[in-house]
Ligand binder design. Structure first.
Ligand code: PLP
Length: 398
């Protein structure tokens, strides 16, 4: 019998493909395109990590590791989180090394969701959360963040989204796509609400290192939050290790032991190459991390200002490596804007609507690209805007 769609679950049938990949694939297929589409460092992994991995492979380290990850790596992660973010986790039972932060998000949701549980997802937000909630039988409840509040999560908005069925909230600060960050003061009322309603907090802190002008505060570091928070972290962004597929999740042992079970049956372990490289990054790669961060910081200022100068008003992002300018003044929808910009100006950006409600009047531009590319992208965009938006719109835009 010929396979048909009817073999597939209705959840997967209605699930749209990632709106980011569409632009990534188009950019890959055309050398002339400047890609600001994908959330990936333009740097190569620190050389010390590449060397450590090469040596390990040459010594035949090609096997599985313990399910939880190499103990040396878990110890390094524990030290790193403690020094950098005031988080204390026990390497033997509270840290699980995962196949990127992505696996951490997935298995956390798998461990937590019972059918019909509501998971609050602040939007505009990372594209994977809602599909993963749905795949696990949960209900993704979008909570729209507003530009007026700098896309921060407020207690007021959270309170309105909570119902008796709410199980957890996913938070991601520094944020993809908005670049927003949350301070300790911002977190305090959120933490109180989470405790009052007995919510789990899934805190995706994959961009924790990339805050500019402030240090990252994890909600898990606030009093009473450790027991109800799962922290997701990884090496992809701050250490330019997207292809190595290594991340981690941390939390109270009672919760993490459940994720370890799921991970045992699904991933077995994260790739040993990535784990060896990650150990080396934490031991000897911090200066490389800091140099990359410095470069992002310079590009951030230059690019956000440049976008505003060409009429796409852009608040200066405080974290991650994304600018999220408004395109409202152009009168175009974000999908049309991004498709035409790609086709006509050969600049790939991501339309804001793919990040959920509240994204429609925005585009996401990754500034993890060289300054030369960013300047060229700005000048192509400026020229394109001048020739393609009406005089009236241009007036409003400028
Ligand atoms: C917010 C967020 N979480 C998680 C991930 C996945 O990261 P990883 O490569 O560690 O799986 C990404 C990647 O873009 C991201 O932006």
């Amino acid at each position: 019998m010929k396979p048909t769609n009817s073999f597939l679950t209705s959840t997967v049938q209605v699930m749209p493909p990632s709106g980011i990949r569409q632009f990534f694939n188009a950019a890959e297929a055309d050398d002339e395109v400047i890609s600001l589409g994908v959330g990936e460092p333009d740097f190569v992994t620190p050389q010390c990590a590449i060397d450590a991995c090469t040596r390990a492979l040459e010594h035949g380290r090609t096997m599985y590791t313990p399910n939880e990850g190499l103990m040396e790596l878990r110890e390094e992660i524990a030290g790193y989180l403690h020094t950098g973010f005031q988080l204390k986790y026990e390497p033997s039972k509270e840290i699980l090394v995962t196949v990127g932060g992505s696996e951490g998000i997935d298995i956390t949701l798998r461990a937590l969701i019972s059918p019909g549980d509501e998971i609050i997802i602040p939007v505009p937000g990372y594209v994977a959360y809602a599909p993963l909630v749905q795949l696990n039988g949960g209900v993704a409840v979008e909570l729209e963040l507003s530009a007026e509040h700098d896309f921060k999560l407020t207690a007021d908005a959270l309170q309105k989204a909570i119902t008796p069925r709410t199980k957890a909230i996913v938070v991601n600060f520094p944020s993809n796509p908005t670049g927003a960050v949350m301070t300790e003061e911002d977190w305090l009322p959120i933490a109180s609400l989470a405790a009052a309603h007995n919510l789990v907090v899934i805190s995706d802190e994959i961009y924790a290192e990339l805050t500019f002008g402030s240090t990252h505060t994890s909600i898990a570091s606030l009093p009473g939050m450790r027991e109800r928070t799962i922290v997701i972290g990884g090496f992809s962004k701050a250490f330019a290790m997207t292809g190595w597929r290594v991340g981690y999740l941390c939390g109270d042992a009672a919760l993490v032991s459940a994720m370890i079970k799921i991970h045992q049956y699904t991933a077995l372990c994260a790739p040993i190459m990535g784990q060896v490289a990650a150990i080396e990054c934490l031991r000897n790669g911090l200066k490389d991390r800091d140099a990359m961060k410095q470069a992002y910081d310079e590009r951030r200022i230059m690019f956000a200002q440049g976008l505003s100068d060409i009429g796409l008003s852009c608040r200066t992002p405080r974290g991650a490596f994304y600018a999220f300018p408004s395109i409202a003044a152009t009168g175009l929808g974000s999908q049309e804007f991004a498709e035409r910009l790609l086709r006509e100006a050969k600049v790939a950006v991501v339309p804001g609507h793919v990040f959920g409600a509240g994204g429609e009047n925005f585009i996401r531009c990754s500034y993890a690209a060289s300054s030369v590319q960013l300047s060229e992208a700005l000048s192509r965009m400026e020229h394109w805007l001048q020739t393609n938006t009406s005089a009236h719109q241009r007036q409003r835009a400028l």
